[in-house]
Write a protein that binds this ligand. Sequence first.
Ligand SMILES: C[S@@+](CC[C@H](N)C(=O)[O-])C[C@H]1O[C@@H](n2cnc3c(N)ncnc32)[C@H](O)[C@@H]1O
Length: 385
Amino acid sequence: MQESEHYKGREHSGIKHFLLESYLERLFMIVGQHERRICYIDCFSGPWKEADKNLSGTSITLSLDVMRKCRNSLQERGKSVEFRALFIEKGKQSYKKLDAYLKETQLDGITTEAMNGEFHNLRSEILSWCGSRDFAFFFIDPKGWKNAIEMPILMPLLQRHRSEYLINFMYDFLLRTHTQKPFQEDMQAIFGEIPDTSGMSPKEREDHLIQLYRDGLKSIPANSAGRLRSAYVSILDPVKDRTKYHLVYLTHHPLGIVKFMDASEKMDIVQKQVRAETKQNRRIEATGQHELFPAEIDPAIGEDTIDIKVVKDYWMDKLSDTPRIFQTEDLADMLEETNWFETNLQQAFKELADEGKVANLDAPIPNRRSKKPVHFKENERLQRI
Ligand SMILES: C[S@@+](CC[C@H](N)C(=O)[O-])C[C@H]1O[C@@H](n2cnc3c(N)ncnc32)[C@H](O)[C@@H]1O
């Protein structure tokens, strides 16, 4: 993660950047094995007004740094990959800063370009800049939703083949506005319908809204690359126990879902630690009293903690007495359906196997894989006993 001092007071941005960085690393190293060129498009790039002239703690420097590192690592493995990066920014002053930074930062094998204007007006230019052959990753990180994350606005990008997307779904704004009359048209454009969440608990409402949004995006008519898959991760308020936004990820590739959820799991651990530290710092600021022990993760924050019994029941439903091959695609389906991490599924399978309820017919005997009893990429056969 970039230096934590850059994130003081906006720790959630640090978490978002951690996820972006760790997913991009995985993505570029995989895609770079077979692509000669990779495009990266930051559709709402900033920099924020307060960013220094080195643009520290921004998605701009972070993404360029990942491209530089991955290009070097790929080169060491005999793969020569060229990166092209495009940054879109509406603000005149921010654009100037961005443009100046890109002009004075020359990186071997990475060409950069900045466009000044509004994302929705620039969509065809963005798509022509991408061309039709290269793999492209779109980062869509606006401050609100208008002319940004609605289905009709995203449709042309989502219909591009060989593309992946990470979209900031501003949950705390949408939670407040989705029931308000003046915003009904906007809500229709975002969700494909006006969400009715009356009578729902806060958790049900959150699950419903994010599911509706993901389903809407996935319902956009498929391109030649086939149907879109999606997963998401929640970025919480640094101190209050509530969601600030969700990062919604879209891909055509099952392995994308697996790698994204892997990056999300790492982020989840960092997020818990950062929140515990931020809460401790706020307590110290408020009381003037230093605390003897380092901040500890509060296990009670785990409204998101997954009940292993529920995961075990889910496995039992998936399996039958007839052996069935489980491959990466099945893992992606399960992650997409539940938004659990692979670790949750592996741990539940292990417990069921120890209880003699399920078996992996292709695991070595004895099965010493204590953390990953199922190797999905090896197409192993699983069954209920
Ligand atoms: C949330 S900030 C981006 C933060 C950046 N992605 C990061 O993580 O460091 C959103 C940026 O988009 C810019 N912006 C707002 N509306 C825009 C639009 N319609 N088109 C392009 N940029 C826009 C804002 O000026 C702001 O700099």
